[in-house]
Design a protein around this ligand. Structure first.
Ligand code: PMP
Length: 459
């Protein structure tokens, strides 16, 4: 065995990267991900690597999970105070804890009308898993055990566990690990940039609603438990639906007794300038999943929020045999409460809306470039869909988009993320106007050097 310098501390970035290659399993890999950027500290929207290089985080901590910025002393003090009171005691069985109770009550206060109850977990996949099980068990307890099918959408991301991973519309998640969860059906996403290709000569919502109705007729309404959908599809490349989409989906589902689960793991709290985007878009969800930014990124935390009627059905007839050891962890929940307080106190919903304007104006010069097919900005999420030719708008390859993101970091010290053919910015909600200007200018500068064949001209 080789000596491991990091265990004693003080290793260089190169040494850490080497140990990373040897010992860490990299999730969601891609052939082109050859680099290791070892982040060791942060403050606000700035992070530093192990060689003390400064980087501007325009990706919300990398996976759009950081609303309140990095390295906050107030959050560290809250965690330390809770740990010195008690770090953790189970909240299963007869036990509970003050922080989980307070956070559940606060979420119920902020959530859309009718959503009152909360089941905690440690992340988004677990929260989605809870929602899928809750939907099936709800129908079972009400005497409709055949309602087992889950409707989801192509290109959606819902998680990496078997249930959430099967609902995810990204085939590599399911490849080679089957059999996946049975009874999951995928619908078309609302993808307005490609409306003429996906739903030719039709109103997009009309097409999507007809497809939903046909799918329900084919599977049988009495066999379907729930539909799962992000209000705005984040990982798919920031796809916002037409205004009439969710109200019409809701109407169809209600007519057929099918539950609607809003996956707000990315969008709540506050990322799009609203506490909950499902509320704004008229989804009227029966359940909501949250994770990522719910505790500011300072601790892993997930939550599945639901209507009383669903919670009551789960808890009767012997109870809900589904729980995670660390659900309701008091340190995570205390940090969750603090995150919500900070969002309120620092007017981060307002800032999220201001950020939308800065992203839109800063990225506007890229729209006319031949490699940019579409610019989509929703709150603090921005996606530039890159194309390799203008006629069919062929999506740029993921490897090329990865190279573009790397170049934005290398040439300008700004972190943006590649998602398929999309280059995505999703900064913390505390981003300043000057930081927005720097992030967008860096992105536009590199895109100006990108050829449709995916090669980059030198600086
Ligand atoms: N839902 C959505 C919408 C997500 O984007 C993600 C993660 N990207 C998840 C669920 C899964 O969350 P986690 O990675 O915390 O398990």
């Amino acid at each position: 065995k080789l000596a491991q310098p990091t265990i004693a501390g003080g290793a260089t970035a190169a040494e850490l990267a080497d140990l990373d290659r040897r010992h860490l399993i990299r999730s969601m890999p891609n052939g082109a991900v050859t680099e290791r950027v070892v982040i060791v500290r942060g403050e606000g929207c700035t992070v530093w690597d192990a060689d003390d290089n400064e980087l501007l985080d325009a990706a919300g901590g990398g996976v759009w999970h950081s609303p309140i910025g990095h390295g906050r002393r107030d959050m560290a003090e809250i965690a330390a105070a809770q740990m010195s009171r008690i770090e953790f005691f189970t909240s299963l069985y007869e036990f509970s804890n003050d922080q989980a109770i307070r956070l559940a009550a606060r979420l119920a206060q902020l959530a859309p009308e009718g959503i009152e109850r909360v089941a905690f977990s440690s992340g988004g996949s677990e929260a989605v898993e809870t929602a899928i099980k809750a939907a099936r068990l709800y129908h079972h307890r009400r005497g409709e055990p055949d309602r087992t099918w889950i409707l989801a959408r192509h290109y959606a991301f819902h998680g990496a566990t078997y249930g959430s991973g099967t609902a995810t519309g990204f085939p590599p998640m399911q490849f080679g690990v089957g059999p996946n969860l049975p009874h999951v059906e995928k619908l078309s996403p609302p993808y307005l940039y490609r409306a003429d290709q996906l739903y030719p000569d039709q109103d997009p919502t009309d097409f999507l609603i007809a497809e939903l109705e046909e799918t329900i007729a084919r599977i049988g309404a009495g066999n379907i438990a729930a539909m799962l959908g992000e209000p705005v599809m984040a990982g798919a490349g920031v796809l916002a639906p037409p205004a009439d989409y969710w109200p019409r989906v809701r109407e169809v589902l209600s007519r057929h007794g099918i539950l609607l689960i809003a996956d707000e793991v990315v969008t709540a709290p506050g990322r799009l300038g609203e506490w909950f985007m499902s509320d704004k878009l008229g989804m009227q969800p029966d359940m909501i999943t949250m994770a990522k930014g719910i505790a500011g990124g300072y601790a892993p935390l997930g939550a599945t929020l639901m209507r009383d009627e669903i919670a009551d059905a789960l808890l009767r007839d012997g109870g809900f045999f589904h729980g995670y050891t660390f659900q309701g962890h008091p340190v995570a929940c205390a940090l969750g409460l603090a995150t919500l307080d900070i969002i309120e106190r620092e007017d981060l919903l307002g800032n999220a809306r201001r950020i939308a304007g800065w992203l839109r104006s800063g990225l506007a010069p890229a729209v006319d470039l031949p490699v940019v097919g579409d610019l989509r900005v929703e709150g603090t999420l921005a996606a530039l869909e890159l194309i390799s030719e203008p006629v069919h708008r062929t999506p740029m390859g993921w490897d090329q988009v990865i190279a573009v993101a790397f170049e934005v970091r290398r040439a300008h010290g700004v972190i943006v993320r590649p998602y398929g053919s999309n280059l995505v910015l999703a900064p913390p909600l505390v981003l300043t106007e000057a930081e927005a200007r720097r992030a967008t200018a860096a992105t536009v500068e590199v895109l100006r050097r990108l050829h449709p064949d995916g090669t980059l001209a030198p600086c």
